[in-house]
Design a protein around this ligand. Structure first.
Ligand code: ARG
Length: 413
């Protein structure tokens, strides 16, 4: 079994530590890989009503005895990725888990090939605004050594945080370390830096040093924000990208880690309107919006912040809808999540969930259903875990994958 506590809070977990962790390159004991593989294969065969589980487990046992790991069939990988989503405690959109489109790209191992596939991922997922949930899975990690490929960006589309000489930040303050990392690798920012400059990708593989790749602009769909009732809102010149494609999580299926497996769903308006644009450590737009509304911001008990955040959320939902880009509101999503809970319970499965993540920040007034229950807080595999970060808070790189794999090859010689 996987030691959940070690994975969530232990070394190699950047989310828990808020800083970069040294390469762990952890290798599970053979018995642990086998136990997790067997658990997954049983789930896969049972849920898909497939025969032959004993034979498959035997085959996998032999493969693990020789190589320390095993290769999933395409069907196992696809189903494992779907179950990983179904069991992701923080995601409120899981009713759609079985519809995940999985692109098996385990044989694409070069920076150029990966970049091309990432571009295709953006196109397939964007789908003319009718956003589809997609995951592209590259080669699995090498046990005891580390990932065979890595995307440094936390999402495929993110906006730069340009650090000014006076310490101010133009753009997304949350992306200052990634922006620094790109600059250290020789990236040239636009001659006139803006608030919504798309970051380049930084990609590395077992054989290639980290490389900068400009994101094909025609593949980045964005929505300019306006409000149906307040014409001045447009003058704030706010925008956001249509696709949230997470690229810093490790898919784990049946004892095999896939550190390079970017995936996306579509946005919940709250993520953009409240967190990305509202948070003080991000675009910090509550005050400008409150000023536009003419609110009294001299005291907290006018609840000007709540008023401003609500107006930004309305602008996000309205603008995305006008642009024909799929987006969810908290009430609809809450209903759908309840449907998911009912489905899971009917199938005899526990609903894993993290209450604080499932409940957004808008929509409280209608006391939506997601609030009124608790969830199983265990985190089983298959699942999605934070991947090791490639760079530190100052954007400086740690050991590259090429160096790690070369050292491992040297040990073998
Ligand atoms: N909260 C993240 C963002 O604002 C996206 C996380 C994934 N969200 C999703 N709807 N699949 O970019």
């Amino acid at each position: 079994m996987v030691d959940v506590d070690r994975r969530v809070g232990g070394a190699g977990c950047p989310v828990a530590h808020g800083a970069w962790a040294p390469p762990a390159g952890e290798a599970l004991a053979e018995a642990d890989v086998l136990a997790e593989a067997e658990e997954f294969l049983r789930l896969f065969h049972a849920e898909r009503r497939l025969p032959g589980v004993a034979a498959r487990v035997g085959q996998v046992r032999d493969e693990i005895a020789v190589t320390g790991t095993y290769r999933h069939t395409r069907e196992e990988l696809t189903y494992g990725a779907k179950v990983a989503w179904r069991q992701s405690a923080r995601c409120v959109g899981r009713v759609r888990w079985a519809g995940l489109r999985v692109r098996d790209r385990r044989d694409v191992t070069s920076v150029v090939g990966i970049a091309r596939e990432l571009g295709q991922h953006l196109a397939v997922a964007e789908n003319g605004g009718r956003i589809q949930s997609v995951m592209t899975v590259f080669a699995p990690d090498r046990p005891g050594v580390g990932p065979r490929a890595r995307i440094w960006n936390d999402q495929l589309v993110r906006y730069c945080g340009h650090r000014g000489v006076d310490g101010s930040v133009l753009g997304d303050p949350g992306q200052v370390p990634m922006t620094d990392a790109a600059l250290r690798l020789g990236w040239r920012p636009p001659p006139v830096p803006g608030r919504f400059d798309v970051l380049p990708w930084v990609l590395e593989t077992a054989y290639e040093d980290p490389a900068l790749v400009e994101v094909p602009r025609d593949l980045v769909r964005e929505v300019a924000l306006a409000h149906p009732a307040y014409p001045w809102f447009e003058d704030l010149r706010l925008r956001w990208h249509a696709l949230p494609v997470i690229s810093n999580m490790r898919l784990r299926v049946g004892g095999v880690d896939y550190s390079c497996a970017p995936f996306n769903g579509h946005y919940l308006g709250d993520e953009i309107g409240t967190r990305n644009l509202g948070d003080g450590g991000r675009y910090d737009q509550l005050l400008p919006v409150a000023r536009g509304l003419g609110l009294d911001t001299s005291r907290e008990d006018t609840l000007w912040r709540e008023h401003a955040v609500l107006v930004i959320n309305q602008a996000v939902l309205w603008s995305f809808r006008q642009a024909g880009v799929r987006v969810s509101d908290p009430h609809t999503e809450s209903e759908l999540f309840m449907k998911f809970c009912a489905q899971e319970e009917r199938a005899g499965r526990a609903v894993h969930g993290d209450w604080s993540w499932l409940n957004g920040s808008v929509g409280w007034a209608a006391l939506h259903a997601v609030h009124h229950r608790y969830y199983d807080t265990r985190v089983p595999n298959p699942n999605l875990w934070p991947a090791q970060r490639a760079y530190g808070p100052d954007g400086a790189a740690q050991l590259t994958l090429r160096q790690r794999h070369a050292a491992a090859r040297g040990r073998e010689d």
